[in-house]
Ligand binder design. Structure first.
Ligand code: F6R
Length: 255
C-alpha cells in the first residue's frame, strides 16, 4: 500500500486526476471504476479540465460506478446517476452507453447484481478503481462486518452512513436505507486502487485502514492485501498515522 500525504485536499485531487490520466494514456479503452460522494468532486473537475484544455479523450473509456441508492429517482439530485452526470459524464466525451451505474431500482435485484458483475468481467475487469472511504471504514457501501469476499449486492446502510449523507435528502426519514454496491471481492479484483480521503472526520478510518489489523469491522483494511493500492490523504486525515514521517519520506524520495 502506498500512502501519499498531501498538504491540502485540492493537491490530492490534482494528483489523483493525474494518476488516472496516466492510466488513460497507457490504455485508450480503459475500464474505470468510479466513486461518488464529496471526496472525488474536485478530482472530476480536474479530469473535466484536462478533457477541455488538454484533449484528454474519454471516447473509448468504459466506467462502472461503485454504488447507487435503492428506491430513488435517478433523474434527481441525491441519486448517484444524477451525481455522475453532473460532475463528470456531461463534462467529458464519454459515451453514455459506456457508463454503468447500478440499477438499484430493478425488480429482480439479484439478477441485476449478477449482470453487473458479468458486465465488468466481459469488459476485462476494472483497470483502476477510485474509492472514497466512510467514517466507519466502508468502501462502496460495504459496511462494517460485511463479508470481505462479497460481490455486488443490496446492502443496508448504517445510521452513521445515512447521517453522513443526509445533505441531499434534508432529513433522516427521507434518506434511503439501502443501496446496491459492488462487493469487497469485486473491488479487490480491480488491477489498481486509488483511495482518496480528506479532512479530520476520516482520521480514524484511515488509521484503521492503513495500520490496523485487517478486519471486516473496518472494511477498507482489506486493501492491505491489494498489491497495487495507493491512498492519497491530506494532513488532517493522516494525523493519527503512526508511521506518518516514514510515508512522507518514502514518497518524497521516490519523486
Ligand atoms: C460513494 C461511495 C462511498 C463514499 C464514502 C465517502 O460512491 O462508495 O464509499 O466514498 O461514503 O463519502 P464522502 O466522499 O462524501 O465523504
Amino acid at each position: 500500500m502506498q500512502v501519499i500525504i498531501v498538504k491540502k485536499a485540492s493537491e490530492g485531487a490534482i494528483l489523483g486526476a493525474n494518476i488516472i490520466k496516466n492510466e488513460m494514456l497507457k490504455k485508450k479503452n480503459i475500464v474505470l471504476g468510479l466513486a461518488t460522494g464529496r471526496t472525488p468532486i474536485s478530482l472530476y473537475e480536474e479530469l473535466a479540465r484536462m478533457h477541455k484544455e488538454e484533449g484528454l479523450d474519454f471516447s473509448d473509456v468504459t466506467s462502472f460506478n461503485l454504488d447507487e441508492y435503492c428506491n430513488v429517482d435517478f433523474e434527481k439530485e441525491g441519486s448517484y446517476h444524477f451525481f455522475m452526470n453532473k460532475h463528470l459524464f456531461s463534462k467529458v466525451n464519454i459515451k453514455k452507453e459506456n457508463t454503468n451505474v447500478p440499477n438499484a431500482n430493478a425488480l429482480d435485484l439479484e439478477k441485476e447484481c449478477k449482470a453487473y458483475e458479468d458486465k465488468i468481467k466481459s469488459k476485462g475487469g476494472i483497470d483502476i478503481q477510485l474509492l472514497g472511504i466512510g467514517q466507519d471504514g466502508h468502501i462502496g457501501f460495504n459496511e462494517p462486518s460485511c463479508s470481505l469476499s462479497s460481490r455486488t449486492r443490496k446492502e443496508f446502510l448504517t445510521l452513521d452512513t445515512r447521517e453522513a449523507n443526509i445533505d441531499d435528502y434534508g432529513s433522516l426519514d427521507k434518506m434511503p436505507i439501502s443501496a446496491v454496491t459492488m462487493g469487497i471481492g469485486t473491488i479487490m479484483e480491480a488491477k489498481k486502487i486509488l483511495l482518496l480521503a480528506f479532512g479530520k472526520s476520516k482520521r480514524r478510518a484511515i488509521k484503521e485502514c492503513v495500520e490496523g489489523g485487517v478486519s471486516s469491522l473496518w472494511p477498507a483494511s482489506i486493501l492491505q492485501f491489494h498489491n497495487d493500492a495507493t491512498i492519497i490523504v491530506d494532513e488532517e486525515a493522516a494525523a493519527d498515522l503512526y508511521n506518518i514521517n516514514y510515508y512522507k519520506q518514502k514518497y518524497e524520495e521516490n519523486l
